[in-house]
Ligand binder design. Sequence first.
Ligand SMILES: Nc1ncnc2c1ncn2[C@@H]1O[C@H](COP(=O)(O)OP(=O)(O)OP(=O)(O)O)[C@@H](O)[C@H]1O
Ligand SMILES: [Mg+2]
Length: 319
Amino acid sequence: MEVQGLTVEFPTEDGLVRAVRGVDMHIAEGEVLGIVGESGSGKSVTALATMRLLPKRAQVSGQVLFEGRDLLTLSDRAMRGVRGSDIAMIFQDPMTALNPVFTVGEQIVEMIRAHAPVGKPLAWKRTVELLDLVGISEPSRRARQYPHEFSGGMRQRAMIAMAVANRPKLLIADEPTTALDVTIQAQVMEVITEVQKAVGSALLLITHDLGLVAGIAHRVQVMYAGRVFENGATDEIFYRSVNPYTKGLLRSIPRLDAKEKTRLYTIPGLPPSGLSRNEACPFRPRCEFADAVCGTVPELVEVVPGHQSRCHHTQEVSM
Ligand SMILES: Nc1ncnc2c1ncn2[C@@H]1O[C@H](COP(=O)(O)OP(=O)(O)OP(=O)(O)O)[C@@H](O)[C@H]1O
Ligand SMILES: [Mg+2]
């Protein structure tokens, strides 16, 4: 997928909310891309825009090329064909994907049959295999149960099974473990990456937790105030970040080797509102490097091949 100049604006009573302000993004076949950033930075809106799942009043422009086709200009019908087969999404809340009045198995069968001419018995067999793949024990019995008979973690697993039912080429997971108990977050994350590898799809993993992407993503894209602030291979971002915002996020990750009773760092201040018309660097009020040149929004520039940063002070930050 190749996203170019994606812009999303919402007309609201308070004015135009500029949620996404010119985002470029590419995900190669089989690649895992992590999108991180604080709340409100535009991560979900970016993902929802590529899937065309935003409310009608959202004003979307730019290009979302998927295998060369611009998804933003497809007919609704063609887009329904893409969703759930070429691209599938895993949400934070499994109940947004599961229907309470059908059994889990029926829903996965339905998902398979909506996109491929498969008979019911074969689709059922495949459903049981999928539930097994995501680690649900006694899958043939469980397939006959309703979502409310599943625990939260099992529902999340069922939604993952449904998402990969048609072997999508791209899987988008938006905060897939945030709503879960900490003890099962790691398990569910493991299921997602195992299944993603088994199916061979690419994964777009959205999270505010930089620590979560560390061991999983090939590349990380850091978003702030609707823009990409840094982008590069995971090691580049973790060990050679040249962006003050990313560095702040990195310092905010809890460390097991920290001295007892050291306070966890948080970036001072808050992100700007989506209504902001300020043409200064949006991180300026929170940044220790800020000075007069930060009165304009910096461009996203290449630091080393494949590693880009948006900051007027890249030279100083990297030292
Ligand atoms: N339907 C909507 N109408 C108006 N504004 C919206 C709408 N959806 C999102 N926004 C605004 O767009 C901006 C980006 O929101 P988004 O949900 O993409 O953030 P996020 O990075 O996913 O944050 P979080 O980590 O909290 O999920 C925010 O300012 C948000 O208030
Ligand atoms: Mg979000």
